[in-house]
Design a protein around this ligand. Sequence first.
Ligand code: ARG
Length: 272
Amino acid sequence: MIRLSRFRFLRQFLLGVLSLVCVLTFAACGSTPSADSGASNVLKVATEPAFPPFESQAAGGGLEGFDIDLMNAIGEAAGLTIEFESLPFDGIIPALQAGTVDAAISAMTITAERSQTVSFSRPYFKAGLAIAVRENETGLTSLDSLKGKRIAVQIGTTGAETAKQVEGAQVRTFDSAPLALQELANGNVDAVINDAPVTLYAINSGNIAGLKVADDQLLTEEFYGIALPKDSPNVEKVNTALGTIISNGKYAEIYKKWFNAAPPTLPEAAPL
Ligand code: ARG
């Protein structure tokens, strides 16, 4: 009796040790690789993809545009895998603050106000705002002439900020720039204030008919930057990679592809 139970005890004990070893081995082998490799090399990048030629939905699915090519080239130079996530434009800064995305490239103007809540890369594009009106319009040629008029803008943009400062203007906000331009083409507003390269692209590509830019002169000079959570360690990686592709010709190649021109020289920092 006693012998038997000792034998049983020993057997139970050995089985117990064996299964513990198995569990530990499995846990070690199973968890180590997936916890550390991979994840830290992925950069989740937000964009609002209705802003061609900077970002738009490609015909076959996926995204395309100057910003998309640029971000992928930056990822390549920095050894980061870029994963894009589409967000409404006015949701991008909150997402960066909440840390649900690692960066954003969305033709976003570097402004003093935004710089209080997010960090920007060095400028990667020089742009500015323009007024769009219907082709037969002759009276509306400047910000001043828009007093008391109906102006359509994309929500959360510098165009929206500028429109708000026009005395007596009724500002109508839309989720995307194409929707604001369509409202103008339909005759429901008098003007759109939007980034000049995007408005010109919409007109010249025939995406929207019957519109023109009101004046040759831009309302503002703005520089686009890649936005990151405040003081993110990725700011330096992105800036270094951007510097690399500007000096090795990759930036110029992407610029030529989308704007059919040589890029202007960019300042090291945006004048705010
Ligand atoms: N440059 C303007 C701004 O920063 C408009 C950007 C809109 N971008 C977009 N992807 N819809 O406010």
